[in-house]
Design a protein around this ligand. Structure first.
Ligand SMILES: Cc1cc2nc3c(=O)[nH]c(=O)nc-3n(C[C@H](O)[C@H](O)[C@H](O)COP(=O)(O)O)c2cc1C
Length: 334
C-alpha cells in the first residue's frame, strides 16, 4: 500500500499527471470515475496566486468527488511560494505538489520548474520551508536532471525526503530532452532501490499501454504510475490499466454510446465550471481521442472543434451517435 503522508492511495496507484489546460476539474473528475487514484491540478504560478490573478485563482477550484487531489504550484521565490501555500490551503486540497520539472523557457528562465535542477540546494531548501509552513503533505514532481551529464536524482530524492517531502514523481527525461526521445525509467528505479528511501516513488513518462504500467510496477519496482498524455481524451485508460492488472487481459474499449455520454458530460461540466465560451474551447482538445479510429470522421471532428456554440457541439454528438452507433472499436483494435 502506498501512502502519501496519512493518505492511503492503494496498491500501485495510478496518478493523473498535472497537465496545463488539460487537468481541470471536469477532466479530473472523469479520470477519477474511471479509476485514477490521485489527481493533480495543472501547475499554478505562485506569483499569479499572490497577485490574485483571476486565471491562477480559478485553477484552485476542486470538486469533492475528485479527492484525493493535489494542487501543483511553481515558482522560485521563497516568500511567494510560502504565501501561495497559504492561499492554496484555503481551497482544502489533500496534497500540495511542487513543480520542479516544467521545461518551458519562460518558466525555467526564472529559475522555476526544471530551472531549479541547476540549484539543488535551493530546491531542497524551498521544499523544506514549504513542508514546515503547512500541515498538508508536500510532494514533488521533477525530472531526472538538467541534462544527461548532471543526473543526480538518487541524491536529490533522498535529500527531498529528508526535509519532509512525502512522495516524489519522476518524469524519466532530463530538461534538455524536453519531450524528445523516450523516458528512461532506470534512474527512477535507482531512486526506489536506494535502501534509505521510504517515501513512495512514482514513475512518469510514456506509460501509454497497460503493459507499460505492468512493466513499471513489476520490472522497475516503482510505487505507482503517473499518467499524462495517454489519458487526454481517453479517461478510460485508467480503468483499462486496472483491469489488466487484475486479469492480465485487455478490457474492451468503450462503446460509442459511452464515449458520447462522457463527451456530453465533459462538455456540460466544463460549461458549468467556466462558462460556455471557455468550456467549449477548452474541451476541444479531447475530442480527437474520444473518437479516434472512426473512418471518415474528419467532418464531424472539424465541427466539434470549430463550433463556438455549445448547442452545435451537442448536436454534433447526437449526429455522431446516430451515424456511428454500431461502430465497434474492438474489431479495429490490434
Ligand atoms: C499538455 C501538457 C501539459 C503539461 N502540463 C504540466 C504541468 O502543468 N505540470 C507538470 O508538472 N507537468 C506538466 N506536463 C508534463 C506531464 O505531467 C508529464 O510529466 C509528461 O507528459 C510525461 O508523462 P506522459 O508520457 O504520461 O504524458 C504537461 C504535459 C502535457 C502533455
Amino acid at each position: 500500500m502506498a501512502k502519501i503522508g496519512d493518505i492511503d492511495v492503494g496498491d500501485f496507484p495510478l496518478l493523473l499527471a498535472p497537465m496545463e489546460d488539460v487537468s481541470d476539474p471536469p477532466f479530473r473528475a472523469l479520470c477519477k470515475e474511471q479509476g485514477a487514484d490521485v489527481v493533480f491540478t495543472e501547475f499554478i504560478s505562485s506569483e499569479g496566486l499572490i497577485r490574485d490573478a483571476a486565471k491562477s485563482v480559478m485553477k484552485l477550484d476542486i470538486y469533492e468527488k475528485e479527492r484525493p487531489v493535489g494542487i501543483q504550484i511553481f515558482g522560485a521565490n521563497l516568500e511567494s511560494m510560502l504565501q501561495s501555500v497559504e492561499i492554496v490551503e484555503a481551497s482544502k486540497p489533500d496534497i500540495i505538489d511542487i513543480n520542479f520539472g516544467c521545461p518551458v523557457k519562460k518558466v525555467v528562465s526564472k529559475g522555476a520548474g526544471a530551472g531549479i535542477l541547476k540549484d539543488i540546494d535551493l530546491m531542497v531548501s524551498l521544499t523544506e520551508a514549504m513542508v514546515k509552513h503547512t500541515n498538508l503533505p508536500i510532494t514533488v514532481k521533477t525530472r531526472l536532471g538538467w541534462d544527461h551529464d548532471s543526473i543526480k536524482i538518487v541524491e536529490v530524492a533522498e535529500r527531498l525526503q529528508d526535509v519532509g517531502c512525502k512522495a516524489i514523481s519522476i518524469h524519466g527525461r532530463t530538461r534538455a530532452q524536453m519531450y524528445k526521445g523516450s523516458a528512461d525509467w532506470r534512474p527512477i528505479a535507482e531512486v526506489k532501490n536506494n535502501p534509505r528511501m521510504h517515501i513512495p516513488v512514482f514513475g512518469n513518462g510514456d506509460v501509454d499501454t497497460p503493459e507499460r504500467a505492468v512493466e513499471m510496477r513489476d520490472e522497475y519496482g516503482l510505487d505507482g504510475a503517473m499518467i499524462g498524455r495517454a489519458s487526454i481524451g481517453y479517461p478510460w485508460f485508467f480503468r483499462e490499466v486496472k483491469h489488466f492488472f487484475k486479469t492480465g487481459k485487455h478490457l474492451a474499449p468503450p462503446t460509442m454510446q459511452e464515449r458520447i455520454e462522457v463527451a456530453r458530460r465533459h462538455l456540460k461540466m466544463a460549461i458549468d465550471w467556466k462558462g460556455e465560451k471557455l468550456g467549449v474551447f477548452e474541451t476541444r482538445r479531447h475530442y480527437t481521442n474520444y473518437f479516434k479510429g472512426i473512418p471518415d470522421f474528419k467532418p464531424y471532428r472539424m465541427k466539434m472543434v470549430t463550433c463556438d456554440d455549445a448547442v452545435d457541439v451537442f448536436d454534433t454528438f447526437d449526429e455522431v451517435e446516430e451515424r456511428f452507433a454500431d461502430f465497434d472499436w474492438l474489431s479495429q483494435s490490434v
